[in-house]
Design a protein around this ligand. Structure first.
Ligand code: SF4
Length: 387
């Protein structure tokens, strides 16, 4: 029972599918964005920005979930007036999201926001204001995100291409970045979002070929939680596996906290963030000899709030059970009303079905204690189905 235990933390950095694309570097507040920095996860508040308390409360929830950078909308003067208080009190850098009215860009910069996102497609006479924007942002030392969006493409490009093609999105972004460069401003991140993941991936691939600016990935209007999670995971997975992407935002028609959880899990899955607790559970089948769903949920709930980098296997029978349980740091292979408990590949005990959950939790806690790892409140485990 007390043999030394090696955890599932690989020696050296874990393998990734591709090296990061080399980019320029910039800082959004204290968060570095670009190939020298870890990929950050962003979200956007859904509160009325002028409701300062509600907005700060949501930012606090996002921060607790692991959000690195938060964006707030600024559609009205009352929202612009709220930006100084929000920027000052937010525990993470705040980006002001500006559409239509250039005056709010300057208000956001004056308010102390860590960056400004502009949409050149729908800011009136934006090209003529770039010089002023570049000067104000340059004087404040903050970056600008040029956020091109398939749904609000510059009408000149819409006329030229007929619709928001990848080429049109990229041309819009490169054109605007070029205007900033003419005024000596290069502290730029770019996004070319589209609601179609295939178009989006193609646009970012083309953009990555043409520029070395850091890229903010997003499938815009991705949909409700389930569909949006799939679309974002597929599109981000394609790009991140090619080394493209420096900061990500998962857009869901759901609580923004969910966006952070999904973004975090995408990065963990690709070894672009250290993996935390991972539950490997079988989908169950006609051979299952225990209720795998219930068992997996109970183990996940029991380990919630811990951030051990442990891989815990919950398997329903003895077909694949012992193999998966052996490969995990900790596992159970169930059968005949009993569970064989594995620790680092060795069967350490066999317990009745009713004791499986508490035994696994006790082993997890013992491992964490022995290795001196600390519990981190608020961490969440997600059940991962492997077959
Ligand atoms: S381990 Fe595989 S074979 Fe056994 S119950 Fe689970 S899905 Fe079925």
């Amino acid at each position: 029972m007390n043999q030394p235990i090696g955890l599932g933390i690989p020696e050296g950095p874990p393998p990734t599918l591709a090296p990061r694309r080399k980019t320029r570097q910039l800082f959004v507040g204290d968060v570095g964005v670009g190939s020298d920095h870890p990929i950050s996860v962003q979200s956007m508040t859904t509160t009325k920005t002028h409701d300062i308390n509600a907005t700060l409360q949501q930012i606090a929830q996002l921060t607790a979930t692991g959000c690195d950078i938060v964006r707030v909308a600024c559609p009205k003067t009352v929202d612009a007036e709220a930006l100084p208080a929000i920027a000052k009190k937010s525990p993470i850098p705040v980006i002001a999201d500006i559409h239509f009215q250039p005056k709010y860009i300057f208000a956001a910069i004056d308010a102390g926001c860590a960056a400004v996102r502009v949409n050149p497609g729908n800011i009136k006479e934006f090209d003529g204001r770039v010089k002023e924007v570049a000067k104000a942002a340059g004087d404040a030392g903050i970056p600008i995100r040029i956020g091109v969006n398939g749904g609000s493409l510059d009408k000149r490009l819409l006329e030229k291409y007929g619709k928001a093609t990848p080429e049109a999105l990229v041309e819009s972004a490169i054109w605007e970045a070029g205007l900033f460069e003419e005024h000596g401003f290069g502290d730029i991140a770019i996004s070319v979002k589209h609601s179609d993941p295939v178009l989006m991936v193609e646009a970012y691939r083309q953009l990555a070929e043409k520029t070395d600016y850091p890229l903010h990935l997003g499938v815009t209007e991705a949909g409700p939680k389930f569909m949006g999670t799939i679309k974002s995971s597929v599109a981000f997975g394609a790009l991140l596996s090619e080394g493209i992407g420096d900061t990500i935002r998962v857009s869901l028609s759901a609580d923004p906290v969910e966006e952070i959880k999904v973004g975090d899990q995408i990065l963990q899955s690709l070894n672009l963030r250290p993996r935390k607790l991972e539950i490997v559970s079988c989908p169950s089948c006609g051979r299952a000899q225990v209720d795998v769903y219930k068992l997996a949920e109970e183990v996940t709930a029991g380990l919630e709030g811990m951030e051990y980098p442990l891989r815990v296997a919950v398997m329903g029978c003895v077909v694949n059970g012992p193999g998966e349980a052996r490969d995990a740091d900790l596992g159970v292979a169930s059968g005949n009303g009993k569970g064989q408990i594995f620790v680092k590949g060795e069967v350490v005990e066999t317990v009745p079905e009713s004791k499986i959950v508490e035994t696994l939790i006790a082993h997890a806690e013992r491992i964490a204690e022995e290795e001196g790892l600390e519990e981190i409140e608020g961490a969440r485990a997600e059940v991962k189905v492997t077959k």
